[in-house]
Design a protein around this ligand. Structure first.
Ligand SMILES: [Zn+2]
Length: 325
C-alpha cells in the first residue's frame, strides 16, 4: 500500500533529519498524506493473516510501528542517507552524534543540533531551589526568546524549526534555565497558568479566559489555546487572510444539525483545523474531520502539535511572503 507520495515525503524527511528520519514519519503521514495513513491504520485494525497474536486493541501503536519500520524498509530498498557524523553542541560544546539522541528528542527538538544532556535539561527544567523573583525572570527570558507567552506545557513543546538557529539556541538555553511549570506555580503561589503569566507581567492582566477564550491573537481573534494563537499569529504575520470559526456545510450523518465549525477558513476556501493530540484516539478524531471534508468537497488542513514546530511547511503555500521550493 506504500505510495510514490510516501517516497517523496520520506525523501524530504531524510533531507531534514538525516539518519533519524523514521522517528518523525508516523505523525507527519497523518497530516500530510491522510489517505496513506488511513490505509495503514485500517491494516493495523485488522487481525493479520498468519499471526498468532494480534493488537487490534492497540491500532494506534501498530500504526506507529508500521509507519516507522515499514517506511524504513521501503526507503532502504530504494536509497541511502548520510551517516550521522560527530557534531558540536552549540550550548555546551560537547561532541556527539545524532545516533546518541532518543526518538522523543528528535520529535521535540527537530534535526540533531543539541546534545542529549542539554535536551534532557531543557525538557526537565532547572532543578533545585529558586526564588520567586529568579523563577519569574527565567520565564520572562523564555518568553522573550520565544517571542510569545510560554504555554503551560512549554517544556514538552516542539522547538520551532522555522526560526533562525541563534533564536532556537536561545529558546533551548532558556528552557534549560527555567524551573518547571509546576515549580513556577508553587514559587509564585499561582492557582493557574494564566495567573503565572499575569503575575510575571508576561501577558496583561486584562486577559481573562471567557467563553472558552483563553487568549487573544495579535489581530484580535479570540483563541481557545496558545497553540491556536500560535497558528493565528503565523497567518497574520505571513499575510495569509483568514476568518475564524467557519461553519461546516450540513451533512445528514456527519453534521446532522449543521453546528460543526472549523477553526479557520482561508481566502481560497480551504479550512484549517487544529487538533491537539492529547488523548489516545487522536487518529479517530482527525479522521472524522477529514471524512466531513471529503464528503463536502472542502479542502482541509489538519494541524497537530508536531506541526507547530514548522508551520511554514504546512501553510507556507498560502503565504505571498514565502516561496516554497
Ligand atoms: Zn549540550
Amino acid at each position: 500500500m506504500w505510495t510514490k507520495d510516501g517516497d517523496l515525503l520520506v525523501d524530504a524527511l531524510i533531507e531534514a533529519y538525516g539518519a533519524m528520519w523514521p522517528w518523525v514519519c508516523p505523525r507527519r503521514l497523518v497530516t500530510r498524506l491522510p489517505a496513506l495513513a488511513e490505509s495503514l491504520h485500517g491494516l493495523a485494525r485488522q487481525k493479520l493473516i498468519g499471526q498468532g497474536h494480534t493488537y487490534r486493541d492497540r491500532a494506534d501503536t501498530v500504526y506507529e510501528h508500521a509507519a516507522m519500520y515499514g517506511a524504513f524498509h521501503a526507503a532502504r530498498a530504494r536509497r541511502s542517507w548520510p551517516n550521522a557524523l560527530p557534531q558540536t553542541c552549540p550550548l555546551c560544546r560537547a561532541v556527539f552524534t545524532a545516533g546518541q539522541l532518543n526518538p522523543w528528542i528528535i520529535r521535540q527538538f527537530g534535526p540533531s543540533r543539541w546534545c542529549k544532556k542539554c535536551c534532557v535539561t531543557a525538557r526537565n527544567g532547572r532543578s533545585g531551589a529558586a526564588t520567586p523573583r529568579a523563577g519569574g525572570q527565567a520565564l520572562t527570558a523564555l518568553s522573550v526568546s520565544m517571542g510569545a507567552a510560554p504555554p503551560q506545557d512549554f517544556s514538552q513543546r516542539p522547538v520551532p524549526l522555522d526560526l533562525p538557529a541563534e533564536q532556537r539556541d536561545a529558546i533551548v538555553s532558556a528552557m534549560a534555565a527555567c524551573p518547571s511549570a509546576a515549580s513556577l506555580r508553587g514559587l509564585l503561589g499561582a492557582g493557574s497558568w494564566i495567573e503565572v503569566l499575569h503575575t510575571t507581567g508576561i501577558v496583561p492582566d486584562a486577559w481573562r479566559p471567557a467563553r472558552g477564550t483563553y487568549c487573544v491573537a495579535a489581530d484580535g481573534h479570540p483563541c481557545r489555546s496558545l497553540a491556536e494563537r500560535t497558528i493565528d499569529d503565523w497567518l497574520s504575520c505571513h499575510g495569509v487572510e483568514h476568518q475564524i470559526e467557519p461553519a461546516w456545510p450540513h451533512h445528514p450523518q456527519l453534521n446532522t444539525h449543521g453546528h460543526r465549525r472549523a477553526d479557520w477558513r482561508l481566502s481560497d476556501g480551504t479550512y484549517v483545523e487544529y487538533a491537539g493530540l492529547t488523548n489516545e484516539d487522536y487518529l479517530a478524531k482527525i479522521q472524522a474531520k477529514q471524512q466531513l471534508a471529503q464528503h463536502t468537497g472542502i479542502r482541509l488542513i489538519v494541524i497537530t502539535p508536531p506541526d507547530l514546530a514548522n508551520l511554514t511547511e504546512v501553510l507556507g503555500a498560502w503565504s505571498s511572503k514565502i516561496r516554497i521550493k
